[in-house]
Design a protein around this ligand. Structure first.
Ligand code: PMP
Length: 430
């Protein structure tokens, strides 16, 4: 199996000729991933931030099975169904009050495309075609499709290769004011001068609120986000918050925007929405944007084949109910305390540049890029699943993980730092 996989199947961001190794999984349950060779790994990744309740959860499985008995899918053009309506009701209830209109799509990147499209269509419909550019901050990541790539960090966002064919948007520097600290004058001025100079051509500002994920795992000041939102409102630029990675409790709030008490014009959700079972995303917007687009007979020009998929929407409602019935805030606060307790001391290690913790996210940033394949092997040998990238070794476990398992993850990171010292980084092992 591994041999066929290696020869024929592309994995994320890999070469077909010299791919990074992939480990074969037989099953996953709770916070354990079981490999086909019988080894069991403690999951520190929640499958790229999604599996917040752990794997093979009986409540989520039952929601899918129950819906499967009625229908797996029907087209959303001209038809609707209870699972989609029930989920839209939940999303409207748990997001800021002004967000009243929901567009379902199948992945986070597409939700971002739809958000950008909504912003552009809003200004086109208002007769202000010159408002067609976007402003964002460096260090961001919004997905791999073309519209989304154009607002990822041009360097750390992995899409430098495509720079010549992407629309040229505006980038403010990454805010250096850290989460929990006040906004620095330098950060405030850099953003303010860009938006003031360009607002006539800006359709929207797009940001990951508080936590920049795949672009560098950076946590910035809530004051910065508040300042951005105020400037957007003052200068008539729409604000798009990409909560695909941060939504559903990961940062200690249901939505990361709540840290700054900010309500966007457009909001993207995805990843953890279905508890890590199947792909689903949503873009929500306000009555102002929705009616603006639709005034004079306008329609939103998007409609994916699997839009509002009944299995996905049914399991998403079940996942949200499960989260809300649980003391998720207590769980995430407990994880934050333990991650801080066990990871922050690693800042003293000579291989470490910085350590930061927020909610159920723990990040160890190393001084040099890590040799991914070697480190991965070390982690698997130690019985944990942690996938580092660039200079970042991070944990984003299911919220249901026990404190013993968290300790196992953090201890293994500590041991990996010593391995790091020994392995030289070459292009092949990055
Ligand atoms: N936005 C953010 C903030 C993300 O973290 C991601 C995925 N890492 C995306 C968008 C893209 O989502 P997807 O991979 O589901 O297309």
């Amino acid at each position: 199996m591994i041999d066929f996989d290696r020869k024929h199947i592309w994995h994320p961001y890999t070469s077909m000729l010299d791919p990074l190794p992939a480990y074969a999984v037989e099953s996953a349950s709770g916070v354990r991933i079981r490999l086909t060779d019988g080894r069991e790994l403690v999951d520190g990744m929640a499958s790229w931030w999604c599996a917040i309740h752990g794997y093979n959860h009986p409540v989520l499985n039952a929601a899918i099975q129950d819906q499967l008995g009625r229908m797996a899918h029907v087209m959303f053009g001209g038809l609707t169904h209870a699972p989609a309506v029930a989920l839209a009701e939940r999303l409207i209830a748990l997001t800021p009050r002004d967000l009243q209109h929901v567009f379902f799509s199948d992945s986070g990147s597409v939700a971002v495309e739809v958000a950008i499209k909504m912003a552009l269509q809003y200004w086109f419909a208002a007769g202000r075609d010159t408002k067609s550019r976007l402003l964002t901050i460096r260090g961001g990541y919004h997905g791999d499709t073309f519209g989304a790539m154009a607002v990822c960090d041009p360097v750390t966002g992995m899409h430098e290769l495509f720079r010549s064919v992407l629309p040229q948007h505006l980038f403010a520097p990454r805010p250096e004011s850290r989460f929990g600290e006040p906004l620095s004058g330098v950060d405030a001025d850099a953003f303010e001068s860009l938006i003031r100079a360009n607002h006539h051509e800006l359709a929207a500002v797009i940001l990951e609120p508080i936590v920049q994920g795949a672009g560098g795992m950076w946590f910035y000041s809530a004051d910065y986000l508040r300042r951005v939102a105020d400037l957007c409102a003052e200068l008539d630029v729409l604000l798009i918050l990409d909560e695909i990675a941060t939504g559903f409790g990961r940062t200690g709030k249901m939505l990361a925007g709540e840290h700054a008490d900010v309500s966007p014009d457009i909001l993207c959700l995805g990843k953890a929405m279905t508890g890590g079972t199947v792909s689903l995303a949503a873009t929500l917007t306000t009555a102002r944007v929705a009616t603006g687009i639709s005034a004079g007979g306008g329609v939103l020009m998007h409609g994916p084949t699997f839009m509002g998929n009944p299995l996905a929407t049914a399991v998403a409602s079940a996942s949200i109910d499960l989260l809300q019935a649980d003391d998720w805030q207590g769980r995430v606060a407990g994880l934050e305390a333990q991650l801080a307790d066990q990871l922050l001391p690693l800042a003293a290690h000579p291989a470490v540049l910085d350590v930061r913790v927020l909610g159920a996210i723990g990040v160890v940033q190393t001084r040099r890029p890590v040799p991914v394949a070697e480190l991965q092997r070390h982690f698997v040998e130690q019985g944990v699943w942690i996938r580092p990238f660039n200079d970042l070794i991070y944990l984003m476990p299911p919220y249901t993980i026990s404190s013993e398992d968290v300790s196992r993850l953090t201890r293994t990171i500590e041991s990996a730092l010593d391995v790091l010292e020994e392995v030289p980084v070459s292009p092949e092992n990055r």
